[in-house]
Structure formats: C-alpha cells, structure tokens
Design a protein around this ligand. Structure first.
Ligand SMILES: [Zn+2]
Length: 400
C-alpha cells in the first residue's frame, strides 16, 4: 500500500485547535499506540519546534512524529486508542500551542533583526522548555544585542501581519528569503510584513503584537559565533516575575536600591573575608591562653612536665597552638586531643627536649586509624577511633 502523506491543517490554519479526522493506521508503540490520521492539526516535532499535545478521541497525545520520508504524521497516544476507519475528534492543547507560536514567531523577528542590522545569519534555532536559543554565525557585542532586541520589539509593537503563502522552488529563488531553504519543491513561506520572509513549516501568530515581548535572556560564545537565549510572550512575563522576586528579596536583605545590588554583594563578601580573618586570629589567641591554662595542670610523666589533655570543640587549626603555647610556659611535652569520636591530636615539645612528636602521632594512627604525622618538634593527626583511656595509655607509654 502506498503511503499517503497526512494533510497538515496547521499549515494553513495555525490557530485551529479542534478538528475531526479519520484513522488511517494504528501501530503498537512502546507506550500506547501510534495513530496515523488522514488530516491533523497536531504539530509534529520539527524545525526546532516541539510537538503539540492534546487529545485524540479518548486518548492522550504524548508525542507527535514527522515521518519525513513518507510525509506521514504519527500521533503517539496513551489510553484507549481509536481503531482504523474511526472518525475521531482531535483537540490540541491551546496554552502549549500559543506558547510555541509566540516563541517561534519571536525567533523569526529576532533573527531577522540581527540579519537586517548587522548581516549576521542565524544558523539554528531551538525552542526549549524554559528558554529558546538561536545560534548566530558570528559573535555579537552587547551593544549589537541591545539594538537587535530593540528593533525586534518595535516590530512586535507595530503589530504587523504575519502571512502564510506557498510558492514553488523557482519562484522562491526570485524572492528575498532571509535564508536559503534547506529543501526544494513546494515551499511554505512565513511573511512578517515588510520585515522578514522565511521558508518555515512551524506555527506562528497572525499578528506580531501577539508575541507581546521579545527579551534576550542571556548570551554566550558558541562554536565561533554566539548563542542567544530569549523568551517571548508569557514566558517573558514569567521570567520578569522570577527576576523581580529575586531582586526584591535581595534588595530588602541588603537595604540597597536594585542597581546597587552587585556593589552591595561585593562589599558584603569583602566584609565576610575580613571577619573570617579576624575570627581566625582571635581563635588563635584564645587557644594560646587556653594552652597556658593547661600548663597549670601539667603532671610528671617519665620525669618530665607533661600535659595530656582532652578538650572540647577544637578544630585542627586551633588545637595546634594549644599544644605549642603550653610548651612555651615550661611544659616539656604537650599532647592534646579533641573532636570525639573522630579524635584530633596535636603534639608539641619544648626546645631541647628529646621526644619525637611525629613518632607518637604515627603510633596513635597506626593503632587507632586516622591520618597524621609531623616532625619531632610538633605533629598533628585526626580521625582516630578510640576511648580516652586507650589514647592516654599509648601517650603515657611513649612518654615514660
Ligand atoms: Zn517559523
């Protein structure tokens, strides 16, 4: 049987959402079934624009595929599929279709603006879930983006007619198309009055005013050119609301005006860095005092004045000065633990003492796990799992 291409109602009636059609074929699919109709208002994924969703009889349309070889359109449905020969009612999801028409028409206008102002071609278009992108043939400056965005919105607000017409290849060759069509044969042209003429199979609004607003969302260098992300229509309003709420919250928190935000945040970061530095210096100083206090509780082990202490709430950075400061006030060897249950240890000795701090820390790590080491004069470790009595025993043996 020779496949007959599906009549595409959206080619001539892009605003039509409800239609009746006859089921031509039903094929089983991974999920549900693939339905072929004699005609359809459902747009299949192609040309950078995603498929429409909606209902076909009692079934949900979850994907629409363009079989370019045969020209058939396949509707992937979930739920009860219709049978071959059935007459079915199709309903396209209007909100999704309107959104796609706003983004797609906006793309024609924005691409034409870059082309007319700077002769920069659009290489490709992708209509994304949140933002859409066009890839430009060369990198563009911020000033160029601003001018193209401004011109594109002037075209939106002048509410020009967006026409649809069909021409054959030879006629198309004589027309000032923005881009050479990728395929031959009969071509569908989208004509934004006195602004842009492009061959395109997608769905577009009837007047540019329906696009509402074209807002550039971001840009980056991409493959030797530029990738411009943009939002149109309702998406532009949604994006504005997200930005507004973020800016309002930040402005309240920092007590600045919106334009002062970047500077306000930079100032805050500098203050935090400064505070961190001061906190570290104070912690160090506090540890020195604490170390001197520990020295007061020193005991004699192996004929030396030693400190063997367990302290709360210290980090590796504050534990070390604790041990060294104890040794600065008459203690021969100081061994201080903190951070139960994953013990940290700092060990220090006074000048001239014959004791190997590094060897002690190594011995503790070998026995109780963890990592650490150092020199004979001072050493540190962490991650040891042991009871206080077990740790104390190893230390006392080493000092004796
Ligand atoms: Zn288009």
């Amino acid at each position: 049987m020779l496949a007959v291409s599906t009549l595409r109602l959206y080619y001539t009636e892009p605003a039509r959402l409800a239609f009746a059609a006859t089921v031509v074929a039903v094929e089983p699919a991974d999920r549900g079934a693939r339905i072929e109709l004699d005609r359809t208002a459902f747009y299949p994924t192609s040309g950078g624009q995603p498929f429409d969703t909606g209902t076909l009889g009692n079934a949900q349309v979850v994907d629409v595929i363009d079989d370019e070889e045969t020209g058939r359109i396949l509707h992937v449905v979930e739920g009860l599929p219709p049978a071959v020969g059935d007459s079915v009612a199709g309903t396209v999801d209007g909100a999704r279709r309107t959104d796609h028409m706003q983004q797609h028409t906006g793309q024609h206008i924005l691409s034409a603006a870059f082309d007319r102002l700077f002769g920069v071609r659009t290489e490709s278009f992708h209509l994304g879930r949140d933002v859409s992108t066009i890839d430009l043939a060369r990198d563009v400056s911020r000033a160029e983006i601003d001018r193209a965005e401004a011109l594109a919105n002037d075209v939106v607000w002048s509410n020009r007619h967006v026409g649809i017409r069909f021409v054959d290849e030879s006629e198309a060759a004589r027309l000032p198309l923005r881009k050479t069509p990728a395929r031959g044969g009969r071509l569908r042209l989208i004509d934004v009055a006195d602004f842009d003429l492009s061959a395109c199979g997608g769905t577009h609004v009837a007047h540019t005013g329906e696009v509402g607003l074209i807002a550039v969302h971001g840009w980056e260098r991409y493959k030797g050119g530029a990738r411009i992300a943009f939002v149109c229509g309702r998406r532009a309003l949604d994006a504005f609301r997200v930005s507004r709420d973020a800016v309002t919250g930040a402005v309240r928190a920092l007590s600045v005006l919106p334009h002062e935000l970047p500077e306000g945040i930079a100032r805050l970061q500098a203050q935090m860095k400064d505070s961190d530095k001061r906190v570290r210096a104070l912690q160090f100083e506090l540890a020195s005092h604490h170390g001197a206090a520990l020295a007061g509780a020193a005991e004699a082990i192996g004929g030396r004045r030693c400190v063997l202490a367990f302290v709360e709430g210290h980090e590796a950075s504050t534990l070390k000065p604790l041990a060294t400061s104890a040794c600065a006030v008459g203690v021969a060897v100081a061994v201080v633990f903190s951070g139960e249950p994953a013990w940290l240890v700092a060990c220090a000795r006074a000048e001239g003492q014959a004791f190997d701090c590094g060897a002690l820390v190594k011995a503790l790590c070998t026995r109780f796990g963890g990592r650490g080491g150092g020199r004979p004069e001072s050493a540190q470790g962490g991650g040891m799992a042991a009871s206080r009595a077990e740790l104390a025993q190893v230390v006392r043996e080493a000092l004796s």
